[in-house]
Design a protein around this ligand. Structure first.
Ligand SMILES: *Cc1c(COP(=O)(O)O)cnc(C)c1O
Length: 230
């Protein structure tokens, strides 16, 4: 079995190769968010000691437990669905929330950030494939959500996030990633601080980078299969 250090090297190399192949966003860096959900804080430490600068978690309870004992500096990303009743600890803990997808949630984030005098960086999660089971805003409602963030003085909208459907033929994700980058570029021309397009996970991050992702969220390819029975 390969180690976390070896896997990290492989993923970093693949990101660089995918970057070299792409025709959009050629001069943009790609940020690797290492997703440590369902792994212990020891795995978090190992990743950070191997050079990881960005950690992704998807559940507030689990993230609170691990970050409270983590004796390392790292940028913290909330990548999972956020419930309104968990917004307070989320705002306290995370540098970037990837999963804002409703007016109610944005209002709650604004309020919680205001209460601790923070300006919370967020991404809006878009459900481009319009999958019924997925969170994220449909494209036709994106503009009104953007306006909602503009009216929220304790929120800074930094970009967009996409979770592609888990197609067995991963190439089927490509048109979605491409369309997402086009939407991102169109919005970006009219705004400031709108820098991040978060898309791509273990099975599709190479294609996502080729199509212009500048944040990828990778767990399994670095840390191996998650054990959900723990
Ligand atoms: C778990 C998760 C990831 C990482 O998934 P892998 O397939 O393990 O790379 C990325 N994004 C989100 C939103 C996740 O929940």
């Amino acid at each position: 079995m390969s180690t976390v250090i070896e896997n990290l090297q492989t993923v970093t190399d693949e990101i660089e190769k995918a970057k070299a192949r792409r025709e959009v966003a050629k001069d943009e860096e790609v940020i690797l968010v290492a997703v440590t959900k369902n792994h212990g804080v020891d795995v978090m430490r190992e990743a950070i000691d191997a050079g990881v600068k960005n950690i992704g978690e998807n559940r507030i309870q689990e993230a609170t437990e691990k970050f409270s004992v983590l004796d390392r500096e790292v940028t913290k990303h909330l990548i999972g669905h956020l419930q309104t009743n968990k917004v307070k600890p989320a705002v306290k803990m995370f540098d970037l929330i990837h999963s804002a997808d409703s007016e109610r949630l944005i209002e709650a984030i604004d309020k919680a950030a205001g209460a601790i005098e923070k300006v919370q960086d967020i991404l809006i999660q878009v459900n481009l494939a319009e999958e019924e089971t997925k969170s994220g805003v449909h494209e036709e409602n994106l503009q009104s959500l953007i306006e909602k963030t503009d009216a929220s003085k304790n929120i800074r909208l930094r970009g967009l996030m996409l979770i592609a459907p888990n197609y067995s033929d991963v190439e089927k994700c490509r048109p979605l990633f491409r369309q997402m980058r086009e939407i991102f570029d169109r919005i970006r021309r009219t705004r400031q601080n709108f820098d991040f397009l978060s898309m791509g996970m273990t099975h599709d991050y190479k294609i996502a980078v080729e199509e212009g992702a500048n944040i990828v969220r990778v767990g399994t390819a670095i840390f191996g299969q998650r054990n959900y029975s723990q």
